[in-house]
Design a protein around this ligand. Structure first.
Ligand code: NDP
Length: 244
């Protein structure tokens, strides 16, 4: 099955590192014109150096007004990957207002806002489109010290379903991927300790964490016309964790 994105314009948030960066590069390799959005200019500089066709946008997505301003001239977008996310690990009794607000602002509110901006354009052009929200296995299972993170991903999954319902009449599909641990910078914070990592791996039927490419391949499929009738779905990339 060959997937190409020639003639498509894609926007990827959190494209500076990890899954988002790999997705931006894969989309560009697949022929899409890619807009990469993140908040660290140095990451955008190295990304553009690696792939000069990528259009960089530097903005803190936790800031609603700054996001609106940064994306106002972004142009038509056919494919959106809401990938930017943060994980502040705190025990339930230690959770602060600041970490709650930051997590929901990035993981949920920014995904909603960027999707609004993009989907309004899709609707106006009558072109349809595909939106992918990067959720997590944490939307369906409780993990110690992950109360806020789990709550944001649970909220994102419901957002995905309602967006799918409301945007389908405009031929805009909305789905999520829900990975298990992928040892990016984010996950190293929580899962580098071999005792914790092995305890987690022992609960994954495939007996290993996911690789960045495992997630990217699923993202490309759900963005592409090969999944033209898939809408409102969540796709675990978890080696069977949620099935067990
Ligand atoms: P990384 O930390 O490696 O990358 C996250 C990217 O998002 C970075 O480029 C980061 O920029 C950017 N970002 C974070 N906050 C903001 C913000 N406020 N404004 C703009 N950009 C921002 O994370 P991953 O690649 O691991 O995670 C990507 C997504 O996948 C997240 O939504 C995460 O929840 C999800 N996920 C990850 C899993 C894992 O185990 N890694 C498992 C399941 C889901 P900067 O570095 O400058 O902050």
């Amino acid at each position: 099955m060959e997937i190409t994105f020639t003639g498509k314009r894609a926007l990827v948030t959190g494209a500076g590192k990890g899954i988002g960066r790999a997705t931006a590069l894969a989309l560009a390799r697949g022929g899409a014109e890619v807009v990469a959005v993140t908040r660290t200019q140095a990451d955008l500089d190295t990304l553009v150096h690696e792939c000069p066709s990528i259009k960089p946008v530097c903005v803190d997505l936790a800031d609603w007004d700054a996001t609106e301003h940064a994306l106002k001239d972004v142009g038509p977008i056919d494919l959106l990957v809401n990938n930017a996310g943060c994980a502040r690990l705190q025990s339930f009794l230690e959770i602060t207002q600041d970490s709650f607000d930051m997590s929901f602002n990035v993981n949920v509110k920014a995904a909603l806002h960027v999707a609004q901006i993009v989907a309004r354009g899709m609707k106006a052009r009558g072109s349809g489109g595909s939106i992918l929200n990067i959720s997590s296995q944490a939307s369906h299972r409780a993990f110690k010290d992950h109360a806020v993170y789990c709550a944001t991903k649970g909220a994102l999954d419901m957002l995905t379903k309602v967006m799918a319902l409301e945007l389908a009449p405009y031929q805009i599909r909305v789905n999520s991927v829900n990975p298990t641990v992928v040892l990016t910078d984010m996950a190293k914070i929580g899962w580098s300790d071999p005792v914790k990592a092995n305890a987690m791996i022992s609960r994954i039927p495939m007996g290993k964490f996911a690789e960045v490419e495992d997630v990217v391949h699923a993202i490309l499929f759900l963005l592409s016309d090969k999944s033209a009738m898939t809408n409102g779905a969540f796709l675990p990339i978890d080696g069977g964790f949620l099935a067990s």
